[in-house]
Ligand binder design. Structure first.
Ligand code: GSH
Length: 208
């Protein structure tokens, strides 16, 4: 399998971590998204019409985009995705929440802050932070009394949410007001195959 990815991406990090946790080998195909490599005619036509990474190529010529769709595809039939229909729907619930409440808020705010884009759009940045804080409050309400997001066992939903939640301080949002979230992050870090930190954004990600 091949993964078209850019290493500082936390969406890509989700997939790379799952590969490690499942013990699956893959070939990394680097895509310099800051140089426009995900917006070539070939990339749009054949890999992802949305022009974004990560993109999984499970077999030559077949491409799957959206990090959470990739996670669910790879986790099928493994211990990280429950077979029970309702538990599986709860996994989906949290992964949809991640794409609605966490990634567009904490993920975008982090990118803007680390790449120098924050001062260009202070009001939009403030709104993303407010949305991120609301998502953290939601997670805290759920995790204060639970070990993992679904049925007290580690699933692909925990990995999915971990990616941008643990990076909240890089968006400027401290996690100390969320002790349940902090304890859960630590439990995720203890999982076999856990991957460490992400590399920083390259120089060409920054506004000049
Ligand atoms: N919802 C998508 C978001 C993917 C995404 O935003 N990827 C970013 C990197 S983290 C990207 O490729 N950006 C390049 C661009 O938008 O031109 C997912 O979960 O995979």
């Amino acid at each position: 399998m091949r993964l078209h990815d850019c290493l500082p991406s936390a969406n890509g990090y989700k997939v790379r971590t799952l590969f490690a946790q499942l013990g699956l080998a893959y070939e990394l195909v680097p895509v310099d998204i800051f140089a426009g490599e995900s917006h070539t005619a070939d990339f749009h036509a054949n890999k992802n019409p949305d022009g974004r990474i990560p993109v999984l190529e499970p077999e030559p010529g077949r491409f799957l985009a959206e990090s959470n769709a990739i996670l669910l595809f790879l986790a099928e039939g493994t211990r990280l995705l429950p077979e029970d229909r309702f538990a599986r729907a709860q996994v989906h619930q949290w992964m949809f929440f991640e794409q609605n409440g966490v990634e567009p808020n904490l993920g975008t705010a982090r990118y803007w802050r680390l790449s120098g884009r924050e001062p260009q759009q202070p009001e939009a940045f403030r709104q993303r932070i407010a949305g991120g804080v609301r998502a953290l409050e939601t997670l805290e309400r759920h995790l204060r009394t639970r070990t993992f997001l679904v049925e007290e066992r580690y699933t692909v939903a925990d990995l999915c949410l971990y990616a941008y939640v643990h990076l909240a301080p890089e968006a400027g949002v401290e996690l100390t007001p969320y002790p349940g979230v902090l304890a859960w992050l630590e439990r995720v870090r203890q999982q076999p195959g856990f991957q460490g930190t992400l590399p920083p954004y390259p120089a060409n990600a920054h506004v000049r």
